[in-house]
Write a protein that binds this ligand. Structure first.
Ligand code: BTN
Length: 256
């Protein structure tokens, strides 16, 4: 993707003002973590056409055909207590969802904690990683993998993944989508402040289809079944199970 194309479309004040653009890299998030620990400014974006070792949540890898999709990482330095770190995936999920919707007109939904789905299939994955220095949160790297012009998924992903062009559309302009996502992330960033937590949780819940439904959650190798009650004030998922109400902190809801 051409650097000038991205700049021409950017309407942000800070996010994406510094863009580190690679043809090929191991992982944009691994590189962004190094830049963050070297003092890179908040809002710096690392983007690549191809990742050799794109990383997903829970030790998985991230597949993306080179040159077809968006794979990038944003460095944030939120001034929040480390106990509130679970709110960052929710903020990132809802901001990215609204950015994609405003760029493309697609209606998307969220799956806890921050997957974005199109008709029940995953279209975007987000990996939130912290950079901690002397027990303080020094930076957060939000790694975003969005399937844009992907038309050929490997067999293992074919039934569970989707891309923005799958409904027969011509290829989409990735730079415009990136610019809209960064704009939404920047405009919604204040929602991470404690006084706006209820607003963030409510917005997130409006875009999630599994709240109020019976679901199974994978948590540390365990499958927990229950009714999703809502989001706790630290970003955890509240589940009403046979053994009482449980809070899930680090698991995920599998695709139905
Ligand atoms: C997931 O759903 O498991 C999260 C996937 C996150 C993938 C993105 S692609 C850009 C960034 N760099 C990485 O290595 N991973 C994230």
């Amino acid at each position: 993707m051409d650097y000038q194309d991205i700049l021409a479309r950017l309407k942000t004040d800070r996010f994406g003002k510094e863009i580190v653009n690679f043809q090929t890299i191991d992982s944009t998030s691994s590189h962004a973590k190094i830049l963050a620990s070297e003092g890179a400014e908040e809002g710096t974006v690392v983007i690549a056409e191809e990742q050799l070792h794109g990383r997903g949540r829970q030790g998985r890898s991230w597949h993306a055909t080179p040159g077809k999709n968006l794979t990038f990482s944003l460095i944030l330095r939120p001034k929040i207590d480390i106990s509130q770190i679970g709110m960052i995936p929710l903020f990132a999920g809802v901001a990215v969802l609204l950015g994609i919707q405003s760029a493309t007109g697609n209606t998307l939904s969220l799956k806890w904690p921050n997957d974005i789905l199109h008709d029940g299939r995953k279209i975007c994955g987000i990996l939130v990683e912290s950079v901690v220095f002397r027990h303080e949160l020094s930076a957060v790297v939000v790694g975003i993998g969005l399937n844009v012009n992907e038309r050929d998924f490997p067999p293992s992903l074919r039934n569970t993944s989707a891309s923005l062009v799958m409904d027969g559309r011509p290829d989409l302009d990735r730079a415009s989508i990136l610019a809209k996502i960064l704009l939404h992330l920047e405009q919604m960033y204040p929602l991470l402040q404690p006084a706006r937590k209820a607003e963030l949780i409510s917005l997130w819940t409006q875009h999630c289809r599994h709240i109020g439904k019976e679901i199974t959650v994978h948590d540390a190798g365990e499958m927990i079944h229950g009714v999703a009650l809502g989001i706790a004030d630290d970003g955890g998922l509240m589940l009403e199970t046979e053994d009482g109400i449980k809070k899930i902190i680090s698991g995920e809801v599998p695709l139905a």
